[in-house]
Design a protein around this ligand. Structure first.
Ligand code: NAD
Length: 259
């Protein structure tokens, strides 16, 4: 299927590795020019080079922290009128809410709620004026089924989800859709680190802990960044223009509910 987005311009945040990288690759494969963003310049440049070679699209790498006003200004200067915006940043650390300070909460809200909102604020009116826009927020399965040690993530991402539910109904008449992608367990660097930390706490090897986690998922495996990127590219397609304000769970069947 041709997704009808060849020649469009996208900003993809958190794109040197993992799920953001999967989204950047899938969009580039559809002929979308991508501005990719991550903090570490070296990994980001390597990713840019690979995506260019594979797809031939224009890839611009901006090494910055997207959660800062300076970082966002640099990204928007490189791509002031994106047609597609993929919001993504690292998730907050695990812990017990009794130990979290106001500063911990502000950092989580900045990264996982206010940064995507700032980027939407800077781009959505232009998209509406031009009559096309696709915005995807990478959130988490924790929005639908909270994970107790990830209270900062549960809270901050739910705030974003509530905001998006309202805004998505305001933009769709101008062909600008806003949807959230909710990953379950995907085989990325972040997942390996999370599993290693929980294994150490439980006195198990990382391999044992990963195997136990895999066995608990109906699909019996972790998702791949390629699978995640493919769904993202579809949500950015011309064909997905009637779908907005949705929370799309990709978790290999892990969420046990009927809806
Ligand atoms: P990852 O660590 O593999 O990759 C994260 C990417 O984002 C890297 O390119 C990193 O450089 C970049 N990044 C992180 N913080 C940034 C910042 N402040 N500014 C710019 N770039 C930044 O992580 P991932 O597994 O791809 O996860 C992406 C998001 O999805 C995270 O918010 C994570 O919490 C969430 N998530 C992941 C899973 C999973 O199983 N992988 C599950 C649920 C939620």
């Amino acid at each position: 299927m041709d997704f009808g987005i060849r020649g469009r311009n996208a900003i993809v945040c958190g794109a040197s590795k993992g799920l953001g990288r999967g989204c950047a690759e899938a969009l580039a494969a559809e002929g979308v020019n991508v501005v990719i963003v991550a903090r570490g310049a070296e990994a980001l440049e390597a990713a840019a080079q690979e995506i260019r070679q594979k797809t031939g699209v224009t890839v611009t790498a901006i090494a910055c922290d997207i959660t800062t006003p300076e970082g966002r200004a640099r990204v928007l200067a490189a791509c002031p009128d994106p047609d597609i915006l993929i919001n993504n940043a690292g998730g907050p650390p695990p812990g017990d809410f009794r130990n979290w300070t106001r500063d911990d909460w502000i950092a989580a809200l900045d990264a996982n709620m206010l940064t995507p909102i700032e980027l939407m604020k800077a781009t959505v009116d232009g998209m509406m004026a031009r009559g096309f826009g696709r915005i995807i927020n990478i959130t988490s399965g924790a929005v639908k089924a909270p994970i107790d040690v990830l209270g900062l993530s549960n809270g901050a991402r739910s705030g974003l989800t509530g905001f998006v539910a309202g805004l998505a109904r305001k933009t769709v008449a101008k062909n600008v859709t806003i949807n959230n992608l909710l990953p379950g367990a995907f085989d990325t660097e972040r997942l390996s680190k999370t599993i290693a930390a929980s294994a150490a706490a439980a006195g198990k090897s990382p391999e044992e802990a990963a195997e136990a986690r895999r066995r608990g998922i109906p699909a019996q495996r972790f998702g791949t960044a390629e699978e995640f990127g493919a769904v993202c590219a579809f949500l950015c397609s011309v064909q997905a223009g009637y779908m907005t304000g949705q929370n799309v769970l990709l978790d290999g069947g892990n969420y046990p509910g009927t809806f």
